[in-house]
Write a protein that binds this ligand. Structure first.
Ligand SMILES: NC(=O)c1ccc[n+]([C@@H]2O[C@H](COP(=O)([O-])OP(=O)(O)OC[C@H]3O[C@@H](n4cnc5c(N)ncnc54)[C@H](O)[C@@H]3O)[C@@H](O)[C@H]2O)c1
Length: 335
């Protein structure tokens, strides 16, 4: 039996908690034994985020609850942890767990700085443990289909690709940590990192980035970037300073030589040069459950993920942090 705990029981910690039954169906030999959050109120109700509300009653039967990761590690024998802490805490807790011989799944973005990301990778390697970062688009069906078409050239080469991510400000964050750029990295590192990770996965490392940022309600709360590649135009934009009533939106348009693949509010749509419009069925499976299923499989096989390894998560924050410099200094930054 692989015993595990969730550390950080806010918005994303609860998303992972709510996925435990699905993950346990795929891996019946895992057992959630504890949940840890510094804030007692975190255990009282579900947290409503930009992904929506979940009104399932929280049930902690058979679980031990802790208020400090140090006490959790001292009292429990754990095989792995799911860490959904504010970004500035990712590396400290991941390194602590890895050094205790515990495998770590840690939410995106990998870390606030490159140094912190490197420490996480070094600790995983030194202790021969699995480390995975929650870059969940790699486990989300519309994005998986897009990646497949890019790789297999079914509709020709990509001419241009544009990605969008729009949200209200994450007001649910503990102690308003999202509003502090030193803690969250703003919308550039926090929200936009999803699309940057997809771009990194599908197109590889760009040669350079040219970014515009806006400091509207806070630092870097809107971003748009041109990524330089040979032979293809790729852009992405994100904004988390929209009114609370604005619906959370993830979208893309990928223009291939013979078709356009678009994710929009209608779903995943393919428009072909031969005049057809097809709504592509997607499986609707939770990317959060899917990534955990892969993570547990990696632990069982004592290897890093072939879909989402921490070296690529590190490259992703390298690109994002270059975008922050590009935006601040109003110039292209080479990678
Ligand atoms: N994958 C996704 O789609 C996605 C979506 C939203 C957020 N996230 C990421 O998940 C992480 C958490 O975000 P969130 O929205 O859940 O934030 P949150 O503020 O809602 O939750 C963080 C929780 O950690 C607790 N905490 C803070 N410091 C602690 C410590 N030292 N020990 C124990 N508990 C501590 C807080 O009390 C809070 O409950 C962030 O890195 C964020 O970027 C990922």
């Amino acid at each position: 039996m692989l015993k595990f705990a969730i550390i950080g029981f806010g918005g994303l910690g609860k998303v992972h908690f709510n996925c435990v039954p699905t993950v346990t169906e795929a891996h019946p030999d895992i057992k959630l034994v504890a949940v840890c959050d510094i804030e007692p109120k975190a255990f009282e109700t579900q947290t409503e985020t930009n992904l929506g509300a979940n009104d399932t009653k929280l049930d902690f039967t058979g679980l031990n609850l802790y208020h400090s990761p140090e006490e959790l590690f001292e009292k429990e024998e754990l095989d792995f942890v799911i860490s959904a802490l504010p970004t500035y805490e990712h590396s400290r807790i991941a390194v602590m767990a890895l050094n205790k011989g515990i495998h770590v799944f840690s939410e995106k973005p990998m870390a606030r700085t490159l140094e912190q990301g490197r420490e996480m990778i070094d600790a995983a390697k030194k202790n021969n443990k699995v480390l995975m970062i929650g870059q969940c688009l790699r486990y989300m069906h519309p994005y998986q289909i897009a990646k497949e078409y890019i790789d297999n050239g079914k509709y020709g080469k990509v001419v241009r690709a544009d990605f969008y991510r729009l949200s209200m400000f994450p007001v649910w964050g503990w102690n308003n940590w999202y509003s502090n750029d030193d803690w969250s990295g703003g919308a550039v590192l926090d929200l936009h990192v999803h699309d940057v990770d997809f771009i990194n996965w599908a197109f590889g490392r760009p040669k350079s980035v040219k970014t515009t940022v806006t400091n509207f309600k806070g630092k870097h709360d809107t971003v748009s970037t041109d990524y330089e590649y040979d032979g293809v135009t790729v852009t992405a934009m994100a904004d988390w300073s929209l009114p609370d009533v604005y619906p959370f939106t993830r979208a893309f348009r990928i223009h291939f030589e013979q078709a356009v693949l678009e994710l929009n509010s209608e779903g995943l749509i393919l428009y072909t040069e031969t005049g057809e419009k097809e709504v592509i069925a997607t499986n609707g499976l939770s990317p959060y459950a899917n990534e955990m299923i892969d993570f547990v499989q990696c632990i069982k096989e004592n290897r890093w993920s072939t879909i989402n390894n921490p070296d690529t998560a590190y490259q992703t924050i390298e690109i994002v942090l270059a975008e922050k410099i590009s935006g601040d200094e109003k110039r292209s930054v080479n990678l």
